[in-house]
Design a protein around this ligand. Sequence first.
Ligand SMILES: Cc1cc2nc3c(=O)[nH]c(=O)nc-3n(C[C@H](O)[C@H](O)[C@H](O)COP(=O)(O)O)c2cc1C
Ligand code: SF4
Ligand code: SF4
Length: 338
Amino acid sequence: MLKVLMVYFSGTGVTRYFASLIQEEMEKRGYICDNLNLEEVVDLPTLWQKNPVALNYTIRAERKRPLGKYPWPYRKIDTALENVEENPILSGLKDEWDNYDLIGFGSPVYSFRPAPVMIRFLLDLPVFQKKIRVFSFATHDGAQGDYEAFMRNLLRLKGFKYVGHLDQSFVFSATAIMRSRFDHLKTGRLLVRKTFQARKNIFIFLEYINSLYFGIPYYYKGPNLLDKLVGIPYRFFYSYGVDFILNHLLFGFGIHKDECIQCLTCVQQCPQGLIEIGDDDYPIRHYHCMYCLRCLNWCPTGALYFSSLTKGKARFPGPEVLLDAALQDSIDDRLKKD
Ligand SMILES: Cc1cc2nc3c(=O)[nH]c(=O)nc-3n(C[C@H](O)[C@H](O)[C@H](O)COP(=O)(O)O)c2cc1C
Ligand code: SF4
Ligand code: SF4
């Protein structure tokens, strides 16, 4: 029976949800599937703070308003690819992963690329001698751009045999903080619809995986023209729109102290350990980050902001809360009918 490992990073829970759907479908087929959430098994702050990689617009935005205390430079993702070095912290994975027939690596899409922390992790991996089969997976909002090419190249660089890619558009986790209101029920219903779509896509992908191991013939079409075309306006938005928003509207991480209840959620939830408690007992972000926006979205009182523009605005609460809202609504509907 196939033994599969799913390695993922998830900023706000959507990729974790997708990984669990893939795991479920694999187990239905009798595969043995382990899940590995990077945050739970690797010390991401240590990896990241040693050598952070970032997107161009992040670097430009942070250069404009540098944070005080730890001003080390980011390395551009593209240049980081030219200096690949194995990190001794991860050497042990070579023996551990040798037992798997297939490994999947997944993250959200941030500006057409894998999340920077996933790129850092892959760059730091040792080179695997045994050609283990691997695939990439992703969640996004409709445009994954260079994600697949990035993952394919990185994984081949580390000696793996790359066999394919699986992705799903769910909902956009980043725009919540720019909206005045976030409709839990509407987004929850959308997530339910997308979950059906995801299961169908996973089914097709697993038919393809079956064909690799058990010789059952399978025809893989690859991405269609419409998917490619949808990417063009998104690419424009991310090159200019996000750059503009970060530079001029949102950028400038801050806190409304009168609204902070000092619960420390933001400190605990930052995947890269970038938020500290300052001398006045309120959180402060000294390090440069990758804009996963989890600290903002998870703050229970909305005390954190990237600019005064986002004060009091909507937050993305994560897939579980949204699915609960949709479920509760359908239960209420059923009760009314009865
Ligand atoms: C900083 C940032 C950049 C993003 N860039 C893209 C993008 O280029 N294309 C896209 O389709 N979605 C983009 N998204 C949306 C996320 O990929 C999507 O909501 C994803 O499912 C979030 O997964 P997570 O909850 O596991 O972090 C972006 C989100 C953030 C926070
Ligand atoms: S400071 Fe906030 S946005 Fe930046 S990496 Fe940490 S949780 Fe994500
Ligand atoms: S999560 Fe929000 S309320 Fe809690 S400590 Fe951080 S800023 Fe304050």
